[in-house]
Write a protein that binds this ligand. Structure first.
Ligand code: GDP
Length: 476
């Protein structure tokens, strides 16, 4: 907002705002738009607290008639499978995909569209996000989407609770999504589920067998052992969650994937979260809109409509929205066009001042504003020893005011995935004797993520420490 708009909100004269800015060392004109930080500072000078309403809130302000509880019907749960690499996520998704094609349904699942729906033996439906791992989960969360109802955490019984297992658990916990543990590969010699339960208990996660609240199921994704039981546990969890939606209204939901297809134009997979999407509906998602020309399911069959928790591949949008973007049906085409245009405008404006992520230099300012409590760090390095040493030393820098949290550490180059996680969790990335690969570098630049590179541990610690001490003495 501009200086004069801000003055209006605070019921003071614009010149007072401008004068206050001068006194803070800022030359502004009445119609100049002010930075978030300036707004906060000036407001506090006038005795106001500022609450910023995010882009999503601005866009959702038209929203959304609330459903009459009478019209709500149970809907299928939407499930994400997460866990450490090679513990069997893909195998599990593949097995469920292939095994649960109910007889009478023509054809198996023939195409990867980012999500699929299965019918269990008991006749109930479950929808799976068809991208294993927490990458997609995190990317969607970075856009503010909450599409997962239940997370299945896969742990190989012949291995152990591994770094990405922990990561998956903390992602699910951060998102407030209930977890079910699938202890996989029990067909293997050396499989030891009890060991896994014990390691989980050390993280304060007690499975039911151990008297805790978390459901778990021993399975073999490869042999198809006990998968039916896992699905029943998913349905039980869903029952507890009491998931409901109103199928008799215009659809809204989230984009799962979208691309430009040479033959078909823009193609988007979406998940309907409420309402029913029908052929011919006018859809707005982000800055794009269009009429539903055709819809397909994961079996490549044409469908006329998609209800709550159903995935659908949609043709007809005039662009490719990002994964995690919301969509909504409009009754009126020109209204839809306008909404899309307005979103485009807001996005362009906000894009210039891209969502500001943390950097070492930024820490001092944020602490001065009094809203900085936690520094999230991702560490990648060339050898395990130095990664561990650096991680320990950085966490030890934590003070009562600021907690340093290493949310991910590992050996290898800084990857795109690291940058996405940094973006979702507002973290800085430290590369120790490693560089970002090209895509990661580019993504980091786009997302405004700081990647600091070091080859001396001491220097890395010193920089972070200095930044944090900057925090401790507000400069403003
Ligand atoms: P992801 O990286 O978590 O997606 O793991 P994958 O599904 O690709 O599995 C990694 C390896 O473990 C593959 O070679 C699978 O065949 C194997 N695997 C997965 N599940 C099982 C299982 O239940 N039993 C056995 N013996 N091997 C499995």
């Amino acid at each position: 907002i501009s200086a004069s708009e801000m003055a209006n909100l605070m019921d003071v004269s614009p010149t007072e705002v401008v004068a206050k800015c001068f006194s803070l060392g800022l030359m502004v004109s009445i119609n100049q738009r002010l930075d978030a930080e300036v707004i906060e500072l000036v407001a506090s000078e006038f005795g106001y607290d500022v609450k910023f309403v995010g882009l999503e809130d601005q866009l959702d302000e038209e929203e959304e008639e609330v459903d009459d509880p009478e019209e709500l019907k149970p809907r299928a749960p939407i499930v994400t499978i997460m866990g450490h690499v090679d513990h069997g996520k893909t195998s599990l998704l593949d097995y469920i995909r292939n095994a649960n094609v109910v007889s009478g349904e023509a054809g198996g699942i023939t195409q990867h569209i980012g999500a699929y729906e299965v019918t269990t033996a008991s006749g109930k439906k479950v929808t799976f996000l068809d991208t294993p791992g927490h990458e997609a989960f995190t990317a969607m969360r970075a856009r503010g989407a909450k599409v997962t109802d239940i997370a299945v955490i896969v742990v190989a019984a012949d291995d152990a609770v591994m770094p990405q297992t922990r990561e998956a658990i903390s992602h699910a916990q951060a998102a407030g999504v209930p977890m079910i543990f699938a202890i996989n590969k029990i067909d293997k010699d050396g499989a030891n589920p009890q060991k896994i339960y014990e390691q989980l208990s050390q993280m304060n996660i007690l499975v039911e067998e151990w008297g805790g609240k978390f459901q778990s199921q021993e399975i073999s994704a490869k042999k198809g052992l006990n998968i039916d039981l896992l699905l029943e546990k998913i349905l039980l969890e869903a029952e507890i969650l009491d998931l409901k939606a109103n199928p008799d209204r215009e659809a809204s939901g989230t984009i799962v994937e979208a691309t430009l297809d040479k033959g078909r134009g823009y193609v988007a997979t979406l998940l309907v979260l409420n309402g029913t999407l029908k052929q011919g509906d006018i859809v707005v998602s982000g800055q794009y809109f269009g009429r539903v020309k055709a819809m397909f399911n994961e079996r490549n069959q044409k469908i006329e409509q998609a209800g709550p928790a159903s995935p659908a591949l949609l043709l007809g949008l005039n662009g490719a929205p990002q994964a995690g973007e919301k969509f909504k049906v409009y009754e009126d085409e020109s209204e839809a066009k306008q909404a899309a245009y307005k979103r485009g405008q807001i996005m362009r404006e906000q894009g210039m001042r891209a969502r500001k992520h943390i950097t070492l230099d930024e820490i001092g300012r944020r602490l001065a504003l009094g809203n900085f409590k936690e520094l999230n760090v991702i560490i990648k390095g060339d050898v395990d020893g130095s990664v561990e040493a650096l991680s320990d030393s950085l966490e030890k820098l934590s003070t009562e005011e600021i907690v340093v949290r290493v949310i991910l550490k590992g050996v290898g180059a800084v990857s795109e995935n690291d940058v996405t996680l940094a973006s979702a969790s507002d973290a800085i990335i430290i590369g120790f004797n490693v560089r970002p690969n090209q895509q990661a570098g580019r993504l980091a630049e786009n997302e405004g993520i700081e990647i600091k590179q070091y080859s001396v541990i001491y220097n890395a610690i010193n920089d972070v420490k200095a930044a944090m001490e900057g925090l401790l003495e507000p400069k403003v």
